[in-house]
Design a protein around this ligand. Sequence first.
Ligand SMILES: Nc1ncnc2c1ncn2[C@@H]1O[C@H](COP(=O)(O)OP(=O)(O)OP(=O)(O)O)[C@@H](O)[C@H]1O
Length: 260
Amino acid sequence: MDLTFKAGGRPIVDRVSLDVHPGEFLALVGPNGSGKTTLISMLAGLKRPHAGTTALDGRPVEGIARRDLAKMLALVEQQAGTGERLTARHVVELGRTPHLRPLSPLSQTDHAIVAAALDAVDMTPFTERLWPSLSGGERQRLHIARALAQEPRILILDEPTNHLDVEHQLGLLALVRSRGITVVAALHDLNHAAMFADRIAVMDHGRLVALGAPAKVLTPERIAETFKVRAFVEASPNGRCLIRYAVPATRPKDPIHEAS
Ligand SMILES: Nc1ncnc2c1ncn2[C@@H]1O[C@H](COP(=O)(O)OP(=O)(O)OP(=O)(O)O)[C@@H](O)[C@H]1O
């Protein structure tokens, strides 16, 4: 697909070709500004590439009607907003919209799907709470529940564990993995990628620089080159690995600051 997206006169995603396999969990990792969100936006059909195409079942995404696309693919963006006066339940009900006929109410099945999605992210006790009263992590869990209620075949997540406590970070990744659907998730935590992803794609300065099983991709050399961090990697027999980072050396104190 050779996707390129330009901004500010330079390619911020540069000729990236990526085949996502049905049913796999593909983690997208890379330093800040390496192009993950831009790539995700093109995969989800939100941004039109300057070169290349994103295809779903062999069809270019821009040729698929919004509603049909929303039945196939759900996206949870990094800083997704939602109308202020909605309750938690209303937010998740929005996920059913592509499945409803215009102006038709939610069926019993829709209500059951919404309830199950709230339950899956541990948000049932918050069902009638208004959006502004929810914490950052609770809002994030609702966005995930909305995406689950959409019942997509492909779930695209941009840093889904932001704002979540450790229990909910791990719970969320385990949950989406257990659904058996295709997951593409931009993740900053390389250990999360190593624990949950079938394959990891590494972005660096807009380019795809590595793609493969966790232990193949997350080598100390790759981590040093792309992330500028020294790390020890313990490989496990199942192709996964555990990363321990070395404490970075600090720069000597700036003499100007020291004097003041
Ligand atoms: N409209 C724009 N004009 C100029 N540069 C842009 C524009 N939009 C994005 N960029 C730059 O493109 C690069 C890629 O951004 P992108 O958000 O895709 O990165 P990312 O890998 O998701 O980063 P992060 O990990 O920080 O979320 C960044 O350096 C960003 O500043």
